[in-house]
Design a protein around this ligand. Structure first.
Ligand code: ADP
Length: 550
């Protein structure tokens, strides 16, 4: 870690480390009565307050002590968004151990790999994942105890899981009298592995300092804009990139928290939004598909839902239009990545944009947004030379800032920075006002006749067609042009469109050489563990595909 020289005249302010435990202490003391409502795996709704959460988080810390977990050791979770997971967020990190959130959608072999790689000492899991733990437990050589996050009545009578403990019993036998330890704010607080589309997953190891700074910055009005007047429902999972930091930023803002548990279908989400008065939510585009479909099909409106952040993959303009125009919900398009804690940019308008036409404003909002303070970014060419911010020139996107990784856990992958900047693997433009637009992942970009074709644009156009539910564009090897675009389309149920009509839909919307060469209709697109289309699988599946000759 880089250290910096002291000044002969140092500031005379209190030196207080930025620790995650300070967030729950603040919330419990200053917003003690604010509620956390959770839809439980058990089926019912659970509600309690920030103050209750703090007490139980302290019990978790005590219990970890009892289990012999030392400062810096990793403690894993396999769990949905819920109050017990929140208690672990604070209890584990607050005690000085490292919270390792595991994505249950990963393949069991990958789960065992990361548990062993992280050397997890204890693994907490929701009832849903009991069968999964039965499968992987024998392969998790470092885990001393598995803890089922439920009451005694849910404990299985027979199990192959060694040393299986009950969460509620563990907490009941641990005191809530606990003083959070004080330590260096640069200590590790949590660990999240990337989904490893190529090679093994790599760990992003967040520090207390980086998590607290990210929480401050992301909550600000130009970011997620969370305040004590909000009721927040994070659809984005706590098992991946700390639910975009919401378990921290919501608490320091004093907003009410609503956790959806495992029920992420449109109907369940809609009912929870309405019953609890949710004003703000955040998630990847695929989850909004379900909620929007449910609301449209049943002709429903939202009575309190006012703003949502969409990111993780590109928000299709058609989705933004429905949310904004039909439901009156402000859409903030955000971009980030696991290696960035994750927030980098968020799309809100500036004063000078307010006099623009609705269409012109929408064009700005469709981009991935503006850097939030703490994140710097630049685009460079293949030789690393910085490119213009003109909204047209595209290049490799590099970032730096205090919540962006300097290296992966255990230095996997070696030195990842380029002159102190982290290469994101994204290709992007930045306009004169500082708005970022992601053209593609560099590995997904289609190289045609020496030019690049951005697949996100093509997919967005396709998804603006009423008969298209989802679209993915991939490059197919071509003898003359290197690669040409093939569009894969999932039709919206009850709608139809021909290949010819869909191709005609692109005319006038893109340069001629960007036009897809062909369309193939499929039943479903392969989705990865973080809700993204797995284009590597599609490329594999369509290798050797014969494009029509012009
Ligand atoms: P993983 O899928 O490995 O967990 P992340 O969740 O870290 O990866 O995803 C990061 C990547 O997701 C970014 O580098 C970018 O390619 C893509 N991404 C994130 N947000 C957006 C967005 N709003 N628009 C387009 N792509 C996005």
């Amino acid at each position: 870690m880089t250290s910096y020289p002291a000044s002969p005249v140092m500031g005379q302010m209190m030196s207080q480390p930025l620790l995650i435990s300070t967030i729950i202490d603040f919330a419990a003391r200053h917003f003690g009565e604010v509620e956390i409502v959770s839809r439980r795996v058990e089926g019912d709704l659970h509600r309690y307050t920030y103050r209750d959460c703090q007490g139980r988080a302290k019990r978790v810390a005590h219990a970890l002590q009892g289990l012999g977990v030392q400062i810096g050791e990793r403690v894993a979770t396999l769990a949905w968004n819920g109050y017990r997971h929140m208690e672990l967020y604070y209890g584990v990190s607050g005690s000085g151990a490292v919270l390792h959130t595991i994505n249950p959608r990963l393949h069991p072999e990958q789960i065992a790999y990361i548990v062993n790689h992280a050397e997890d000492q204890v693994l907490f899991f929701d009832l849903t994942f009991l069968p999964l733990i039965e499968v992987v437990a024998a392969h998790c050589s470092t885990v001393k105890a598995f803890v089922l996050m439920a009451g005694h009545e849910r404990m299985p009578e027979h199990t192959s899981i060694p040393n299986l403990l009950c969460y509620e019993e563990l907490l009941a036998s641990s005191s809530a009298e606990y003083v959070w330890p004080q330590f260096d704010e640069n200590a590790a607080a949590s660990l999240c592995y990337t989904s490893g589309t190529t090679g093994n997953p790599k760990g992003a190891l967040y520090s207390h300092r980086s998590s607290v700074l990210h929480a401050y910055a992301s909550a600000m009005p130009n970011g997620l804009n969370v305040s004590a007047r909000d009721t927040v429902l994070p659809v984005v999972p706590m098992f991946h990139v700390n639910a975009w930091g919401l378990p921290y930023s919501v608490l320091l803002s004093g907003a009410k928290m609503v956790f959806p548990g495992a029920a992420l279908d449109g109907k369940s989400l809609y009912e929870l939004f309405e019953a609890e008065g949710v004003t703000f939510s955040a998630g990847v585009p695929t989850v909004w598909l379900g909620l929007i479909n449910h609301a449209v099909q049943n002709d429903l409106t939202f009575s309190t839902f006012r703003r949502t952040v969409i990111g993780g993959s590109a928000c299709p303009p058609a989705m933004m239009d429905v949310l904004m125009d039909r439901f009156g919900i402000e859409v903030v398009h955000a971009w980030g990545m696991t290696e960035m804690s994750p927030l980098g940019t968020a799309g809100v308008l500036q004063a000078k944009h307010l006099s623009l036409s609705k269409d012109a404003q929408r064009k700005i909002l469709q981009k991935q947004g503006h850097a939030i303070f703490g994140v710097d970014m630049k685009i460079v060419d293949d030789d690393g030379v910085e490119l213009a911010w003109d909204g047209v020139t595209y290049g490799h996107l590099l970032v730096k800032g205090p919540w962006i990784i300097a290296s992966y856990f255990k230095d996997e992958g070696g030195d990842v920075l380029q002159d102190g900047w982290f290469p994101t693997g994204d290709v992007a433009t930045i306009d004169g006002d500082g708005y970022l637009q992601i053209t593609d992942r560099s590995k997904d970009v289609i190289k045609s006749g020496g030019e690049w074709i951005g697949t996100i644009d093509l997919e967005n156009i396709a998804m603006a067609h009423p008969a298209v539910l989802q679209a993915a564009c991939i490059g197919i090897a071509h003898p003359k042009w290197d690669e040409r675009p093939l569009l894969l389309v999932v039709k919206r149920p009850g709608f139809d469109v021909s290949r010819e009509d869909l191709l005609a839909f692109f005319i006038g919307k893109v340069a001629k050489f960007w036009m897809p060469d062909d369309v193939s209709f499929i039943d479903a697109l392969p989705m990865g563990a973080t809700g993204k289309i797995q284009k590597n699988k599609l490329r594999e599946q369509y290798r050797g595909y014969q494009l029509p000759t012009a």
